[in-house]
Design a protein around this ligand. Structure first.
Ligand SMILES: [Zn+2]
Length: 177
């Protein structure tokens, strides 16, 4: 899934973790792709080796737990930690539903344009040679439908976030006597 769909989760997570800045929630929901870009540059992940370090189920759990521990330490708030950890893991869940992504788009991982044809699953359970999973939603719908889906999710998330901001403003306003 693209960043728009992942950011939707970050928006929806804000009301349950008010201490955590929205930017950090966005980063949390997009962390696995940030790692994929970094690991791609570093040559750790790529066309041959796949994406086990950023998007493998096992490592995704590790990144989520690390993010949860780090956040709960920084904000001295276990709930904030739990929400950020779950936000990181939500990336894997959304990618599990949508991957593999066969659209004509620039791939940060393979560093090339890929063309629209069904691709095999690309999310490893453990590391490079382990079984790969993915429900393949984006193999079966068009790029336009996928984009509409992601914007739809984003609007849902933005609605949750907007409702939270309005409620907070009302609560912050002095009550009329
Ligand atoms: Zn991803």
């Amino acid at each position: 899934m693209g960043p728009i769909g992942h950011f939707a989760v970050g928006l929806a997570a804000k009301p349950v973790a008010p201490k955590v800045p929205l930017g950090l929630l966005f980063l949390a929901t997009w962390l696995l792709d940030v790692l994929a870009i970094a690991f791609g540059f570093a040559g750790i992940e790529g066309v041959k080796s796949g994406i086990p370090w950023s998007h493998g189920l096992f490592m995704s759990v590790i990144w989520s737990v690390l993010a949860a521990i780090l956040t709960s330490r920084i904000y001295r708030d276990r709930r904030a930690g739990a929400v950020v950890g779950l936000s990181v893991f939500s990336h894997w869940v959304l990618d599990f539903v949508s991957h593999p992504i066969p659209f004509s788009s620039f791939s940060w991982r393979s560093w090339q344009w890929s063309y629209g044809h069904p691709l095999p699953s690309d999310l490893p359970l453990l590391f490079s040679d382990s079984p790969k999973v993915g429900l393949g939603l984006y193999n079966t719908i068009s790029a336009v439908e996928a984009t509409a889906l992601e914007f739809g999710l984003f609007i849902l998330g933005a609605t949750v976030y907007a409702a939270y901001v309005v409620k907070k403003r009302k609560a912050g306003r002095p009550q009329p006597a």
